[in-house]
Each structure stands twice: as C-alpha cells, then as structure tokens.
Write a protein that binds this ligand. Structure first.
Ligand code: NAD
Length: 317
C-alpha cells in the first residue's frame, strides 16, 4: 500500500535522490522547491520516472502552501535550506529565513495535518569546532557559523514539537554528503564536486588552509537509506542522530585519491582558511546503529568512484 511523502528541497542534491528512491519504490510523492539552489534538471529526472508525483514550485516560507501539501500526507522529509557556511556568513538573515522560519512552518503544517513523522535534514555543523576525535550526540552543540546556528535551531524546534505537541520528529545530522548531482559550479559549491570539476579540466584544486582538515564524507545512497530508516524506527522519535560513514579523510588525502582515480598528478593550491570552517569533523555512529539499525552500505572509495564517473559522463556530453 503506497504512502504519501512530502519532500522539501527536492530539486536539490539530497532531496532529488530521496524523491527518486521513493518514486522507484512506488510511493506517492509531493515535492516542494523554490529553485534557489536546486535545478529544474533534477525535477525533470523525477518527472521522467513517471510515478505518482506532484511538483510545486514554492517556498517553505509559505505556510499555506505547506498546509496544502501536507493534507493527507504521511511523512515529510524536510531538506529545503540554504546549505552553505560562507553564504550564511555573507547573509545570515537569508539563511535564517529559509532554514529557521522554513523549518518552523514545516513543523506547524505537519502538526496541523497530523503527519506521522517529520524527518529533518540537520547538520554536523551543530558541533562547531570542538575538540574530540568523534562528534557524539551527547556533546553540547556549539555552532560557529550562522548556518550551523540556523540548522541547530531547526533541530531544537523539532525536539520541542515532539515534546509539546506529540508530533514525531527525527533530526538527522548529516556529515559532508557527496555524490552525483551535487552542484559543482556555484561560488558555494562543496569541496568534492569543486575538486572533481577543476581536476577534470586539468586544473589544480584549491584548498583553503593547509589541507590537513578532515571530513567524514558520506555517500548519498547512505543518506537516503538513513532517511527511510528514520521514517520507521520507533525509538527515533524526538531524537537528533548523526548520519555519516564514520570515516576521516583529510583534504590532502582526498586530492590524492582523486588523482589516483582520474590518472592525473595535480597538486593542490593552498590559500587562506575561511571563517566558519571547521578543522576536523567525524561522527560517532553508535546512536544511528542503535536507534535506526543504520550501517553505511557504500564505502567512501566506492562513492568517490561513482561520483567521478557521473562528473566524467556529464563533462563528455
Ligand atoms: N550536502 C551536505 O553535505 C549537507 C550536510 C549537512 C546538512 N545538509 C542539509 O541537507 C539539506 C539538503 O542539502 P543539499 O546538499 O541537497 O543542498 P541543495 O542546495 O542541493 O538543496 C537544497 C534545496 O532546497 C531548495 N530551497 C532552498 N530554500 C528553499 C525554500 N525557502 N523553499 C523551498 N525550497 C528551498 C533549493 O532550491 C534546493 O533545491 C539541507 O537542509 C542542508 O542544510 C546537507
């Protein structure tokens, strides 16, 4: 029996993969995106699947629009946001509007329309730059950018709606998600697509800092798996949970692995660190294992190969 899912931010990188998986599984889908950082091309991929799909171009800042979309729905997977630290440093008010106001609207609509669960795209940026080998949910959050603060505010609203109204919410703290469809060409592009597209053009990748900073890069299919588990896991309601691969890859190692996959020998260019950037980010995956039964199915190396293949195919078109 198909269920009805609302996916916000479905023209974006993560939202489009979630929407695609749900459509392929025969679920009914309503998607909402204002096309600010997402692309029409991602919506076209969803349309081509010929499933039970309703697309709305609109904003999560529009409560009435969300109320309409949530009527009769079962789950909302809330991905819409302005997802960039440097963008939030440049314009914190816009980040607040799209991330915090937008999330509050999602929660109000989900409460009013009695949805079964809200799964929220939270962020590892909630941890800030705290010392400690792995970031665990028991640590006190300490964001160091307006983006991190806004994503954490959304998480706190999720927990508050769970406690106050009994609306089931799960906040998944994503750690550096990567994969096909992640935007490569914006000024705010994430590091993996930025490096791959530069290196495919034969250019040296630019690292902000000395390249020793490390990330827990998480392949997109693992994040989709985690979201679907979060819709169903009984003990997850009201919780914030890390969603990551559990690895630690420095940017210098990332460039070396990309050179190996691409058959190139392009050394990085080093430039000044950026404000708000975090030195080391690695997840403790214990809570996700315990509450969601989550284990990453695709390794970093395999995910990187698949991502390079996707960029190669696109650059050959
Ligand atoms: N990519 C990561 O590594 C990462 C890490 C942690 C958290 N997240 C979170 O995951 C979510 C998805 O990120 P992504 O990497 O796919 O980014 P993305 O930019 O590709 O997707 C975000 C989508 O939200 C849409 N959007 C923005 N504001 C909107 C609004 N007001 N109303 C409707 N749609 C709006 C954009 O057009 C875009 O399609 C975000 O909430 C982000 O904060 C991502």
């Amino acid at each position: 029996m198909p269920e009805t899912y609302v996916v916000t931010g479905a023209a974006g990188f993560i939202g489009s993969h979630l929407a695609e998986r749900l459509l392929r599984a025969g679920q009914r889908l309503r998607v909402l995106d204002n096309l600010s950082t997402g692309s029409q091309a991602n919506l076209d991929i969803l349309r081509a699947l010929d499933g039970d799909l309703q697309i709305t171009v609109g904003s999560v800042t529009d409560l009435e629009c969300l109320q309409r979309l949530c009527r009769g729905a079962d789950y909302i997977l809330h991905q819409a946001a302005l997802p960039s630290v440097p963008r939030s440093v440049a314009d914190p008010l816009a980040t607040h509007r799209h991330c915090v106001d937008g999330t509050l609207n999602v929660l109000i609509a989900a409460r009013d329309k009695s949805l079964r669960r809200v799964v929220y795209a939270a962020s590892s940026s909630a941890y800030g730059d705290q010392a400690g080998a792995q970031k665990s949910e028991s640590m006190k959050p300490a964001p160091i950018s307006p983006y991190g603060a806004a994503k954490l505010a959304g998480e706190l609203y999720c927990a508050a709606f769970n406690a106050t109204y009994g609306l089931e919410t799960v906040a998944l703290r994503y750690f550096n998600v990567f994969g096909p469809r992640q935007a490569a060409h914006s000024a705010y592009a994430a590091v993996i697509p930025r490096f791959i597209s530069a290196m495919l053009r034969g250019e040296r990748p630019t690292i902000f800092g000395d390249g020793s900073q490390s990330r827990d890069f998480t392949y997109i299919d693992n994040v989709v798996d985690g979201n679907l588990l979060a819709c169903a896991a009984p003990a997850a309601a009201g919780e914030s949970i890390n969603l990551a691969a559990g690895g630690s890859v420095s940017l210098n190692r990332l460039v070396a692995q990309l050179n190996a996959i691409l058959g190139t020998n392009l050394p990085p260019l080093y430039t000044a660190e950026r404000p708000g950037d975090i030195k080391h980010s690695q997840a403790d995956g214990g809570k996700a294992r315990q509450l969601l039964g989550f284990a990453p199915a695709v390794s970093f190396a395999e995910g990187l190969r698949r991502t390079v293949d996707w960029h190669r195919r696109r650059s050959e078109k």
